[in-house]
Design a protein. Structure first.
Length: 216
């Protein structure tokens, strides 16, 4: 009987030691994985160009199409006499191109096109985007995202009319109403057309409204 009890005690101790060893190994493995994730450098997207006096900036991860539009905008705004319709067209194209291009966004908080939105509406616009268009965008801060997201290759803009547009307690008597069409590298079922209202805000033209329907 004493021998059996000793064997049971010995077996119990071995079992406890074995369980402790397994827990230590697993704990070490998960700690190693956690440390490795922390060591991976986060992606930092820098501005590579800024249009002075207007505050427009160009990020290094912008598409080649968007970079081309930015150069055109810079040239337009550096003229002594600014062609306002050209300025309006470029703002419309760049807003749409950046907003609907999700492939280069770091996460759902990285909302494109916001620098072209009327300043007083900007915060609400970002919240709306995060709850809709950007809701399913996975994080890519470590550069390891495996998600198929839209890439904008072209935006066509057509001016429809100018009309009075009320925003807040202000009215722009000559706001632009435009329709747009988006072309993607691959059709993933995202919005391909719509309309914008572009208003005057001091010397800047800004997006005050966007609709999924084209204006007539």
């Amino acid at each position: 009987m004493a021998t059996r009890k000793k064997r049971k005690i010995r077996f119990g101790r071995i079992l406890v030691l074995f369980i402790l060893m397994v827990l230590l190994v697993l704990g070490g493995y998960f700690a190693y994985k956690k440390l490795n994730v922390k060591k991976e450098p986060k992606r930092e997207v820098k501005n590579i160009s800024v249009i002075e006096n207007y505050g427009y900036s160009l990020k290094e991860n912008a598409t080649s199409y968007y970079k081309g539009l930015f150069k055109k905008l810079e040239k337009t705004l550096n003229q002594e006499e600014i062609d306002e319709e050209e300025y309006m067209t470029l703002v419309s194209q760049m807003f749409v191109a950046d907003f609907f291009n999700l492939d280069n966004k770091l996460n759902k908080n990285d909302v494109g096109g916001k620098q072209f939105v009327y300043e007083d509406y900007r915060e609400d616009f970002v919240k709306y985007a995060m709850d809709s268009m950007y809701k399913s965008v996975e994080s890519n801060v470590y550069g390891n995202r495996d998600q198929n997201l839209p890439i904008v290759t072209g935006v066509e803009v057509q001016k429809i009319k100018t009309e009075a547009f009320k925003y807040g307690d202000k009215v722009d008597d000559k706001a632009y109403v435009v329709n747009f069409e988006v072309t993607y590298k691959e059709d993933l079922g995202y919005q391909t057309s719509g309309s914008l209202v572009i208003i005057h805000n001091d010397k800047k033209l800004e997006v005050a409204s966007m609709s999924e329907k084209s204006s007539s």
